[in-house]
Design a protein around this ligand. Structure first.
Ligand SMILES: [Zn+2]
Length: 347
């Protein structure tokens, strides 16, 4: 039967009595790298490794550390003086120490882990100072998520359901990785757990290729009062036969019928939740470009606007009716010019 409370946990962790939480963590990590049985490949390290784990788990916990310190007589008169600022604190301290001594004398050799033993020995309230003791806030990290949109969605804006993987400190071990001297079963000793979350996000109209949409506070959770991270949706716009977005400009391939091209037309198109009329002048050929200045996307500071560049594509419907065929035949009979003349004359 091991009498844990007589062990010098500070010595086991190779730290000083006044070591900070950071010192404890840093030293612990170094020791784990040396003594972890999986790392060292040395089975005889198991006991040593367990001892390190237990020492770490007690000293990293402010409450347990204080109990351990009291129990082991680490409280020198000087520390005791600092510890007792008020009469009521002095009373709590004296009472605690007295009870600890009484019970420690009667106590059976410890058969349980030191944590439980210590908890059994002390049923005291938290010292008033501890409430003020705050762990350093750690801000949650941002999460980046790639998202693919059709050109249409990018131009009109859309809503999406996205799955995100949040990581947060393990609630079982509170991120300390160990419980009662063994690896925390909830997080397998990583100190973190991952949570799948489904959220609805709104993607505004007019997002650009490669731009980031920020969803506030949907990143990883902050620790100890630290801020939650943000979620960034990195926009990828799929190409489409009708639209292409390049910077602030929108390129549009506009199908027009042969008669619209010949006679001219006002063609309405839906873009960015608005209907825009595109004026096709008479005698427009396929491939001809029209520029709608200032109707493209905004720059970041909204001080400049891109253009819509329309390329006319003369297109026939999938099928023609008998009546249409007749009319095309009539057209063919009355055609009075040769559009391939230049080509065939070598010009
Ligand atoms: Zn855990």
């Amino acid at each position: 039967m091991v009498n844990y409370y007589n062990k010098d946990l500070y010595k086991i962790l190779n730290i000083n009595f006044d070591a900070s939480s950071e010192d404890i963590k840093s030293s612990y990590r170094k020791l784990v790298r040396i003594y972890h049985p999986d790392v060292s490949g040395n089975k005889s390290n198991i006991e040593k490794f367990k001892e390190i784990q237990e020492a770490y788990e007690i000293l990293i916990d402010k409450d347990k550390r204080r109990k351990y310190d009291v129990l082991n007589g680490f409280f020198s008169e000087k520390i005791k003086e600092n510890f007792q600022k008020t009469q009521s604190e002095k009373n709590i301290y004296d009472e605690t120490l007295k009870r600890a001594k009484d019970r420690a004398e009667k106590a059976e050799p410890f058969s349980k882990s030191i944590n439980e033993a210590l908890d059994n020995l002390f049923h005291t309230k938290k010292h008033p100072d501890e409430k003020k003791e705050k762990k350093t806030p750690v801000n949650g990290k941002d999460i980046k998520l790639d998202i693919s949109l059709t050109c249409f969605e990018a131009l009109q804006g859309t809503n999406r359901k996205v799955n995100i993987l949040h990581t947060q400190p393990c609630p079982n071990c509170e991120g300390r990785m160990f419980i009662n001297g063994s690896i925390c079963p909830s997080c397998n000793g990583t100190g973190q757990i991952s949570l799948q979350k489904k959220i609805n996000v709104k993607i505004p109209k007019g997002v650009k290729q490669g731009s980031k949409v920020r969803i506030k506070k949907e990143g990883n959770k902050g620790l100890y009062g630290g801020k939650d991270g943000d979620l960034y949706l990195v926009i990828n716009i799929e190409k489409n036969q009708y639209f292409e977005i390049a910077g602030m400009d929108i390129y549009c391939n506009l199908p027009v019928t042969p008669y619209e091209a010949a006679l001219g037309a006002d063609i309405p198109i839906k873009i960015m939740n608005e209907t825009i009329n595109i004026k096709i002048p008479p005698m427009t050929s396929s491939g001809q470009k029209l520029k709608l200045a200032g109707l493209g996307l905004d720059n970041k500071s909204k001080t400049k606007k891109g253009d819509i560049i329309v390329t006319v594509i003369i297109k026939l419907p999938e099928t023609l009716s008998e009546k249409e065929k007749q009319l095309y035949n009539q057209l063919k009979d009355i055609v009075n010019n040769d559009i391939r003349e230049e080509m065939n004359n070598g010009k």
